[in-house]
Design a binder for this molecule. Structure first.
Ligand code: COA
Length: 259
């Protein structure tokens, strides 16, 4: 797999995607958005990829936002189209049937914070800084931040962050419930792998259906309880459910195959 702006590496069935524009603190230009779109197609398609980690190149930044240099000559229509494209790629991350963890290794600002929030959850290094500073530029969040930050930290905190543009550090992000863990920079990937190893042992369809059910909370087009009941039922036609239930009853370790 080769991409202009991403570095990818497979390790223990996890695809590590590194946004690789360290000279500009991994700012998201349209090429990064297109490359993410393309790599996600492979994540959805290839069974050997069981999970994903997204991180940023270097020690300073996860992603310091959308590439501000691309904003200079945007028309209203172009800016709207840009937001819609970014939102659709981030929705692809959020709706991935395979777990995707953001390993935030520094600045997660603007589109970087929005990218991290589109992942299923976030692990932060002690040096991580989160924020939506778009108002400092006379613009606003555009890659889903108004929705996902509010979902994650509640209206008051989200509103304050978005309308003041202030940043918060890793400890504050932990207190807000924005991140699941804060670890030293050198332990970021190990922490993600220790969690993903556990997920890899579970039945993939049960994991995928669970992701769908949790995401249904915020989908206004469906009743989350109905969705959950349907997905729960769907698990019972899988071979893996027979394997899991049988293994428990016979005091054995299940061997899930993804069917
Ligand atoms: N878009 C484009 N380039 C960016 C960028 C962005 N979002 N964020 C940083 N860069 C570039 C800088 O222009 C600089 O490039 P240069 O070396 O050619 O001048 C380089 O990355 C290093 O950034 P710099 O500002 O010198 O680092 P710093 O340590 O002084 O400050 C930040 C770090 C993150 C506080 C600062 O870069 C910043 O505020 N970035 C913009 C954050 C933002 O507003 N994001 C939302 C965008 S919608």
């Amino acid at each position: 797999m080769s991409f202009q702006t991403l570095f990818t590496k497979m390790e223990d069935h996890t695809l590590i995607i590194t946004i690789n524009r360290p000279d500009v603190l991994n700012a998201l230009n349209q090429q990064v958005i297109n490359d993410l779109d393309a790599v996600l197609d492979r994540v959805y398609k290839f069974p050997e990829i069981k999970s994903v980690v997204i991180t940023g190149a270097g020690l300073k930044s996860f992603v310091a936002g959308a590439d501000i240099k691309e904003f200079e000559s945007l028309t209203k229509e172009q800016a709207t189209a840009m937001a819609k494209k970014g939102q659709s790629v981030f929705a692809k991350i959020e709706n991935s049937p395979k777990p995707i963890i953001a390993c935030v290794n520094g600045y997660a600002l603007g589109g970087g914070c929005e990218l991290a929030m589109s992942c299923h959850f976030i692990i932060a290094s002690e040096s991580a800084i989160f924020g939506q500073p778009e108002v400092n530029l006379g613009i606003m969040v555009g890659y889903g931040g108004s929705q996902r930050l509010t979902q994650r930290v509640g209206k008051g905190r989200s509103m304050e962050l978005i309308i003041t543009g202030k940043t918060i550090n890793a400890t504050q992000a932990m207190n807000y419930g924005l991140v699941n863990y804060v670890v030293p920079q050198t332990e970021l990937l190990d922490k993600a792998f220790s969690i993903l190893r556990v997920c890899h042992e579970k039945a993939p369809i049960a994991v995928a259906n669970s992701i769908k059910a949790v995401n249904a909370v915020w989908d206004k087009t469906q009743n989350g309880y109905d969705t959950e009941a349907e997905l729960f039922g769907a698990c019972f036609v899988t071979e893996d459910s027979k394997e899991g239930i049988h293994a428990f009853i016979n005091k054995k370790k299940p061997n899930f195959k993804g069917h």
